[in-house]
Design a protein around this ligand. Sequence first.
Ligand code: AP5
Ligand code: ZN
Length: 214
Amino acid sequence: KRLILIGPPGSGKGTQSPIIKDDYCLCHLATGDMLRAAVAAKTPLGIKAKEAMDKGELVSDDLVVGIIDEAMKKPSCQKGFILDGFPRTVVQAQKLDEMLQRQGTKIDKVLNFAIEDSILEERITGRWIHPSSGRSYHTKFAPPKVPGVDDVTGEPLIQRKDDTPAVLKSRLEAFHRQTEPVIDYYGSKGILANLRAEGPPNEVTSEVLKVLSS
Ligand code: AP5
Ligand code: ZN
């Protein structure tokens, strides 16, 4: 399967991705994770992306399209993939269509994580992540076994620099203004599946699996 996950910050895309990935043997391509790795490594790409990310704005279409184009060439992504956080603008969606057309493939389904904005601040401000794997925890909703430590590797967890109430506000604005039109774009293609993302994680997982098996 070739899947896209769309939803506002904190809607659960990164949380649900590993479950879908394991069930369907897909590769997980999260532009946010890849950009954060580039920023941490201070690569030319990371240096270009950092300013926009810190402000909660989108980085340029050309940058992220380039990352995805490169990442999708991996052998492990040939059978299928989950795109988490991409495309986020209609231009990105059009470029993705062109890319897939060249390969003779197309997107099967777009999962829209529908959720009210008011729920997101608590999710975002309580999040702790394990940077190298992208695993995320929540102090209240999904605490690690030992506070501040990754369950799998024992390595320290960190908070994302953009996970503050002020930066969340601009991330949400970017979502409504630039990414919501992408939802309509796929709606008009007939491949959009809406799911309720407000319940506890296991309920959201059931919603995801229901949509994928239909
Ligand atoms: P990105 O990393 O994609 O961030 P985002 O879209 O803001 O999404 P999040 O990662 O915050 O949310 P999520 O849905 O993955 O939430 P999670 O599952 O972790 O992008 C970051 C930045 O990079 C952007 O601002 C932009 O600058 C740049 N960028 C990235 N892609 C780009 C693109 N295509 N174009 C341009 N720029 C781009 O859950 C959040 C928390 O809630 C966790 O703590 C989790 O444990 C908890 N939680 C999850 N589900 C539940 C639940 N059901 N109930 C209770 N708690 C839950
Ligand atoms: Zn995420």
